[in-house]
Design a protein around this ligand. Structure first.
Ligand code: FES
Ligand code: FES
Length: 474
């Protein structure tokens, strides 16, 4: 390879000719000899390997916490890599002091990852809050201290910290002043602007893999050949979510975090961010993409579940040609979908909601957070004078692929909203699915869960509906 990967590591430029497919965690520990970043699960589950990756987005410098065990080296070209060695000045930061004061450190294996997740939150979150700070370290597992002490440290530090609430440059200045970051952070933006983009290399006959967020792909490629050619799809775009001719249009490269932070999506779906809080950890949400979730084709995929109920259409690009296919017709079987080899998922679009509309997403999993759904379901409904005028319903984890409940939606259309109709509709939904018994529950249990989720949708929209024992336990 004659095209070096160039990035800034803890304030200093690094150039390497190693393969872009090398795992970032290995590069940090073995090539940079920065062993403060720990290796735990190597699967994105423990957060021990958390680092920050900063890049220029929408004209400003933006940092995200990521699991370095799931990031290939090529992804950090033109970025600022920050490890635990790159955050401290001469003394401990107020958060590190709080961890010690509250007895939140025993063996210390998880501590660097926790500090990096918290630093990423403080640097990047638009609105700082206690809840947000706790959520930010939700992907960091501690095996020996117990979470109460860690939570106490977060509370005491957040209550006392006087960090600027104004996001962006002001926040960074404040974090430098309070001892969270070294002064070198002030020069990073300029340094990054001077790095030319990584040239797209030809694969030269080596195996080629299209790569977006990689949160699932990196696990599947564990035994990848060293010469594998990763074709990075992540592009910096000004606007990844737009409204065009009455449709929301979403770029396939959108990360889950970008969706959660979108004011445009929130304007129509105020709870969108809270639905996605059930999607992995902060580190995973920062990397995982909309397109990846769709083509990964997990039967319980959270984003697919949501967009099925918004009756979305996919735009597949093949050189200069676009082909459209509805999301509900995209899946053909387990991990099979209507996409030709040379096509790339480019966009997803769905109609702007209208009139008296409701949208809801429900997910049941064995753990509330950081778990795959046993069953999930979304619903979009437009209602008028007590009647359902338009409805789309989805169900995940109950068939070989994410399911649009066609017959159930047809049944509900133009029906009055009564508990008898809801009960009958739930029975139709149960007849449309084909769950299997597995580690996430028995077939009967999943059927029951779907029914309860449908009831939950309706009772959330219409709390005045009479809930009888008959409907709850039939
Ligand atoms: Fe566990 Fe990376 S080592 S998340
Ligand atoms: Fe030992 Fe957290 S202090 S794993």
């Amino acid at each position: 390879m004659d095209n070096p990967i160039i990035f800034i590591s803890n304030g200093k430029e690094v150039r390497t000719f190693l393969s872009p497919a090398v795992t970032l965690l290995d590069f940090i520990r073995k090539e940079l000899n920065l062993t403060g970043t720990k290796e735990g699960c190597r699967e994105g589950d423990c957060g021990a390997c958390t680092v920050l990756v900063g890049g220029i987005e929408n004209g400003g410098l933006f940092y995200r916490a990521v699991n370095s065990c799931l990031v290939p080296l090529g992804m950090v070209h033109g970025k600022h890599l920050v490890t635990i060695e790159g955050v401290n000045q001469k003394a401990l930061s107020p958060f590190q002091e709080a961890l010690i004061n509250e007895g939140a450190i025993q063996c210390g294996f998880c501590t660097p990852g926790i500090i990096m997740s918290m630093t990423g939150y403080l640097l990047s979150d638009r609105y700082l809050s206690l809840e947000g700070a706790i959520d930010a370290i939700g992907g960091n597992i501690c095996r020996c201290t117990g979470y109460e002490a860690i939570k106490r440290a977060v509370y005491s530090f957040m209550m006392e910290s006087e960090i600027s609430l104004e996001a962006g440059r002001k926040r960074m200045e404040s974090l430098i002043e309070k001892g969270f970051l070294p002064f070198s952070f002030m020069n990073i933006e300029q340094m990054l602007k001077e790095i030319a983009p990584l040239k797209t290399l030809s694969s030269n006959g080596s195996p080629e893999v299209l790569f977006a967020g990689g949160t699932d792909l990196m696990l599947k490629m564990r035994d990848r050949p060293p010469d594998i050619h990763l074709h990075f799809l992540t592009e910096e775009k000004e606007e990844k979510i737009i409204i065009e001719k009455g449709f929301f249009v979403l770029d396939a490269g959108l990360s889950v975090t970008e969706m959660m932070n979108s004011e445009l999506l929130k304007s129509s779906f105020p709870e969108f961010g809270s639905y996605l809080r059930l999607f992995g950890s902060e580190q995973i949400r920062n990397m995982a993409t909309l397109g990846g979730n769709i083509v990964n084709a997990s039967p319980a995929a959270d984003l697919v579940n949501i967009f099925l109920a918004l009756d979305a259409t996919l735009v597949l690009k093949n050189k200069n040609e676009n082909r459209e296919v509805t999301l509900k017709d995209f899946y053909l079987g387990y991990k099979q979908f209507d996409k030709k080899g040379s096509e790339r998922l480019s966009k997803l679009r769905f109609l702007l909601p209208e009139g008296n509309y409701f949208f809801n997403y429900e997910k049941i999993s064995r753990r509330q957070h950081l778990d795959i759904a046993s069953v999930n379901s979304s619903i979009y409904m437009e209602a008028e004078d007590g009647f359902i005028r338009k409805i789309h319903i989805s169900a995940g984890g109950v068939a070989p692929f994410p399911l649009y409940l066609k017959e159930t939606a047809q049944f509900f259309k133009d029906r009055q909203i009564t508990y008898e109709n809801i009960r009958d509709g739930a029975l139709i939904a149960q007849s449309e699915i084909s769950p299997i018994s597995d580690i996430r529950g028995s077939e009967e249990y999943k059927r029951l869960l779907l029914r309860q989720l449908l009831l939950a949708h309706f009772f959330k929209f219409f709390p005045e509906l009479t809930i009888s024992a008959e409907i709850l336990f039939a």
